[in-house]
Ligand binder design. Structure first.
Ligand code: GRF
Length: 194
């Protein structure tokens, strides 16, 4: 069992997909901790309901990113966490965590990177009028959505497609792809030259 921590800031549907895949025995991982930077985020309710310990912190209460990441790192170390899985965590990971988890931090992003990095990738794709977008899973480095790609899957945008509909299609792909790719990484069935 690979010990993981999932970092999230919002609804946490990807967190839920990971919880469910673990429960179904499709993902050989144990979620030791959920880390969240927003009080009241629904991902915390999901953690609570699944009986997973969580750490919620107020970033503004700390003098620096290094200060709160130091605290997070302590908890990850105590829990024996091997991989950090980002699932809608809206903060840039700093050197404290990057250095402690080299090539052990994974993110999912709702576009085919390097297209549409950063915030609101789905809105960016709709505004650009492209017929194709998708989902990327990648290792995290110091940049914003710039680390080495692990897996990508396309999602077609139909003419006149609404934002809601595209969001649903992208989320459906994310919920299937993320647990699958994590399983491949943890069981080393895929080797990535990151
Ligand atoms: C997902 O679209 C993910 O790709 C992005 O943030 C969103 C999180 O959604 N990084 P949820 O909180 O997992 O529902």
């Amino acid at each position: 069992m690979t010990k993981i921590a999932v970092f999230a800031s919002g609804n946490g549907t990807n967190l839920q997909a990971i919880i469910d895949a673990v429960r179904r025995g499709e993902l050989a991982a144990s979620i030791e901790l959920v880390v969240c930077d927003r009080p009241g985020a629904y991902c915390l309710t999901r953690a609570r309901e699944a009986g997973i310990p969580y750490f919620m912190f107020y970033p503004r209460k700390y003098p620096s990113k290094a200060a709160y990441e130091e605290l997070i790192l302590q908890q990850l170390t105590e829990a024996g966490v091997e991989y950090i899985v980002l699932a809608g965590y809206m903060r840039i990971i700093g050197l404290t965590l990057l250095n402690a988890y080299p090539q052990r931090i994974i993110n999912i992003h709702p576009s085919l990177l390097p297209s549409f990095p950063g915030r609101d990738a789905i809105g960016q794709a709709l505004d650009a009028g492209v017929p194709l977008t998708g989902v990327t899973i990648h290792y995290v480095d110091e940049g914003i959505d710039t680390g080495p790609t692990i897996a990508q899957r396309p999602v077609f945008i139909d003419p006149g497609e609404s934002r809601e509909s595209l969001e649903q299609k992208i989320h459906a792909v994310e919920h299937e792809l993320y647990p699958q790719v994590l399983q491949e990484i943890f069981t080393q069935r895929r080797v990535f030259n990151a």
